[in-house]
Design a protein around this ligand. Sequence first.
Ligand SMILES: Nc1nc2c(c(=O)[nH]1)N[C@H]1C(S)=C(S)[C@@H](COP(=O)(O)OP(=O)(O)OC[C@H]3O[C@@H](n4cnc5c(N)ncnc54)[C@H](O)[C@@H]3O)O[C@H]1N2
Ligand code: MOO
Length: 404
Amino acid sequence: MKSVEQHIADILAVVGDPRQVELDLLQAHGTVLAEPVASPVSLPGFDNSSMDGYAVCAADLAAASDDDPVVLPVADDIPAGSTAPAGIRPGLCARIMTGAPLPEGADAVVPVEWTDGGTGRAAFRRPVEKGNAIRRAGGDVAAGTVVLRPGVRIGAGEMGVLAAVGRRTVPVHPRPRVVVLSTGEELVEPGRPLGPGQIWESNSYMVAAAARDAGCEVHRHGFVGDDPDRLLEVLEGLLERADLIVTTGGVSMGARDVVKELLTREGAAEFAQVAMQPGKPQGVGRIGGVPVVTLPGNPVSAFVSFQVLVRPALNRLRGLPPHPLRSVRALLTAPVSSPRGRRSYLRGVLGEGDGGAAVTPLGRQQSHQLTALAVADCLVVVPEDVAELPEGSPVEVLLLPGRA
Ligand SMILES: Nc1nc2c(c(=O)[nH]1)N[C@H]1C(S)=C(S)[C@@H](COP(=O)(O)OP(=O)(O)OC[C@H]3O[C@@H](n4cnc5c(N)ncnc54)[C@H](O)[C@@H]3O)O[C@H]1N2
Ligand code: MOO
């Protein structure tokens, strides 16, 4: 059987490098920066006040006290956005607002709370240190400094920085365009009535959501039946809009395994049994030059193999390192079993036990038992050479995305 690592490597090999585009600032949210961004100006760009109050010459207030306040004429009123405030000299002060440029000659700002708040004249009841409440030019970043490096994911903080350094557009690796397509003659769109032997189609919705959680732009095509020529026609119609096509179903040993039949016929993909449970039958290749990964149809198998096998490649396509799901160690709260020779990924819930992190494997672990996925927040890894693990065994636990 093929190893999990080998199959991940084969998928990485077909997806290639991320695209690069210039996106408008807000559109860049959630994408990955492709080039360094430097600030063209210093931030702050000019000395300014951090408080609403009065710009003063600190030496004027050296003797100020409650009993003997210093009273100064207010020579100017400086709001934020003021373009050219007149300067002050000893013996004068200027009313100033937070963010307003410091006038020439001033060397401190007195918060309004320390004064009588006067508009023509202001009374000061205590001395002030030089530099008080002044935000110096360049105090956050000096002009020319790189503020964001390539490979950084643009979240809210990065968005703020980009706007603050004046960027209108940003060079990024855009969200990968993933097309999701399921196969199976038995499938019916949710919301429509079921006939005998039919089931509601769930894989394409689930995989589309997982791909969106993985930072992709998703087109869910839905599903097609078991006719290889029809499948080829549909795939050809989807090539234009895909960086990666993910299919589910039709890859096992059945008489009508449509994905395997078509892609084998076209010489477009390799199929293998991967040493994992669930997720054994897998395929990877290209159709019309577009990478295609074919997941098995059992819903839990499709979900687990997406998270374990496809996510690293999506990270690569996003411009990130091809990391797998984040993992932690935890102690089992119950015994587990696993087919020897295959690495099991059991659905579990992570919590705290007496000895630290503890993980509880859920019931209903078979590949068709989908409902446990709505409860699980992690996958418990049982290695290939292990068939049984008693309660209390330390295990690797993969954290499922989107779970706190
Ligand atoms: N003789 C063998 N039979 C099977 C083997 C094997 O090694 N030898 N492997 C089993 C394993 S493991 C898996 S996993 C499945 C994978 O089969 P396929 O990928 O060909 O998937 P299908 O046969 O199309 O479907 C399997 C199962 O999942 C349901 N399904 C499929 N698509 C959807 C969908 N979009 N939404 C909801 N449910 C779906 C389908 O109805 C079947 O019940 O093969 C085993 N068989
Ligand atoms: O390995 Mo299949 O993917 O379990 O049910």
